[in-house]
Design a protein. Structure first.
Length: 550
């Protein structure tokens, strides 16, 4: 029996959400005393969110945080995400349930990202089962899971809205009416309020690709009108988040010292890191073993999209060039200034000069892979069975088996972690060959089930181990300090270096600290040699004297 389009849409949405709930089950099910262990989450987000929760439940809207450095704006600091509606659950939650609510928001946004990717792919992939695979490729990727592992909370929130922004813009172009801009504007406003400007900028690059593709296809000024109306409405709706941020950001270290190509190029991927990351995600070690920033080089979207790429080069279908454009743009920009295009965007787009970590542009690649996979499978399923077999025959006969044998040969030559990764890749590639053979023999109706199981096995082996949970432990150093230092005492508390507790522990226990951690304030490189107070600038003199006094 065939479902009506409306029922098919509901089935698709429920399937995407249900399968994501399955992957992120520990985040939903464990009791409130368990917390995500990401370093950024524990050192930065958790303390400041506990501070906001304490203030809001006490009847105060905290526009200023006095407990870190010499105080700092909460309304102007984007990563506080004070006016992001889902975060209001954090501000109002009972303190004992704060970690559970935060876990639920992370898991919920991962499911929302997958649902958005499936609906975005649905425009080029009307078959719900193909769109389902596209959405799961996006939400089950280690690109997202690695952000959960390290605790990039606001990045996860903003990332979840990226496919919805692109889908909303595609809807506005399809309807060609001003009212059609409202869904995309709402999604973009939510992304701006989520508190990660770099992800908004990267999504904007994706919107630029869509606009260019629409102009080439339609040759109509309506394309620019829809883009302008959608962007303007989104900025108006989210003004409470970004207007204070513009004023505050001008005073941060990122704005005053971070604007250099060297800074913007930090954590750019080398060609070797890019290739191994896309095929062998743990080639250089797991998250616990990797010597650098694991989350910035973990860009695995699974090997199932490889099947879509191999098929797409032999077919023509709507959305093909759009998907390929997003894939290539993300790959190119992820290499940083060495590849040229990143240097050009740095020069021509001033907002990009305050960001680093070019590898995050692979968000565009993930969106493109999702669109391409869904569109390829949909187009293939519509062809006569004889044509499907003709296109699939080279894949299961020699292309995929040949790549699998090559990976197996590398596994014999390598050793340790690299050999294990090559072996696992060879097994997955052999599974892709079996998928192509199954499709050729019995058709798409059962082949998509094989594809779903293969995707589950492939991505869960990398993504699931990144969801670390432990019983939440209060910072011993700051808890002890709170017992002996009155909260209304003059001066500020300074941790002994290296800090024995949470850097932002002052926000946890209402003690005014002198130091702290904030990505917008953190200086890069080794600290300079302290100058005597009489030679320091007035601002530096004030901080040094206060430090000595306390």
């Amino acid at each position: 029996m065939r479902m009506t389009p409306r029922r098919a849409d509901w089935a698709l949405s429920l399937a995407v959400i249900g399968l994501n709930v399955l992957l992120f089950a520990p985040l939903w099910l464990l009791p409130g005393r368990y917390a995500l262990t990401g370093t950024d989450l524990q050192d930065f987000f958790s303390p400041i969110y506990q501070f906001i929760n304490r203030e809001v439940r006490g009847g105060t809207l905290p526009l200023w945080n006095p407990y870190q450095f010499l105080g700092g704006s909460t309304v102007g600091n984007a990563q506080y995400a004070l006016f992001y509606p889902p975060n209001w659950l954090l501000w109002l939650a009972p303190p004992a349930e704060l970690d559970r609510v935060l876990r639920g928001l992370v898991a919920g946004h991962a499911a929302w990202a997958g649902l958005g990717a499936s609906w975005m792919a649905r425009r080029s992939a009307p078959k719900p089962r193909a769109a389902l695979l596209a959405g799961l490729v996006f939400s089950w990727s280690s690109f997202l899971a690695a952000r959960v592992e390290i605790g990039h909370y606001t990045l996860i929130l903003a990332l979840a809205w990226a496919p919805w922004v692109l889908h909303g813009y595609q809807t506005a172009l399809a309807q060609r009416r001003l009212f059609g801009c409202i869904p995309g504007a709402l999604a973009l406003a939510m992304q701006v309020s989520a508190g990660h400007p770099q992800t908004v900028y990267i999504t904007g690059l994706g919107l630029g690709v869509l606009t260019l593709a629409a102009l080439i296809r339609q040759h109509s000024w309506v394309v620019l009108r829809q883009a302008t109306v959608m962007g303007g409405l989104a900025l108006w709706l989210s003004a409470v988040s970004w207007v204070p941020m513009l004023d505050y950001h001008a005073e941060t270290v990122r704005a005053t010292q971070g604007r250099s190509l060297t800074f913007a190029d930090e954590f750019a991927l080398s060609p070797q890191e890019l290739i191994t990351g896309l095929a062998l995600p743990n080639y250089a070690g797991t998250a616990a073993e990797y010597p650098g920033f694991y989350e910035e080089v973990t860009v695995y979207w699974g090997l199932l999209p490889l099947l879509g790429l191999l098929l797409a080069r032999r077919m023509r279908f709507p959305g093909r060039w759009l998907a390929l454009g997003l894939i290539v743009l993300g790959l190119w920009l992820s290499l940083g200034s060495a590849a040229g295009l990143y240097r050009l965007t740095y020069t021509l787009i001033p907002i990009s000069q305050g960001f680093r970590a070019p590898g995050r542009h692979l968000l565009l690649t993930g969106l493109g892979l999702a669109i391409l996979l869904g569109a390829t499978f949909t187009h293939m399923a519509r062809l006569p069975l004889a044509d499907q077999r003709r296109l699939l025959r080279p894949l299961w006969r020699w292309q995929l088996p040949g790549i699998a044998v090559w990976m197996g040969g590398l596994a014999l030559l390598w050793e340790g972690r690299a050999a294990q990764q090559a072996t696992e890749a060879a097994i997955v590639l052999a599974g892709l060959a079996m998928l192509a053979l199954t499709w050729a023999r019995i058709g798409w109706r059962w082949a998509w089930v094989v594809a779903l199981l293969l995707l589950m096995a492939d991505t869960w082996r990398i993504s699931a181990p990144l969801l670390h949970l432990e019983e939440a432990q209060p910072s011993a150093a700051w808890s002890a300090a709170a017992q002996v230092i009155p909260t209304d005492a003059p001066g500020r508390v300074r941790q002994m270096p290296p800090p024995p507790g949470t850097p932002n522990g002052g926000s946890l226990v209402s003690l005014r600290g002198l130091e702290g951690y904030d990505p917008w304030h953190q200086r890069t490189g080794p600290p300079s040699t302290p100058l005597p107070c009489k030679k320091a600038t007035p601002a530096a003199r004030c901080i040094r004297c206060l430090a000595c006094a306390t």
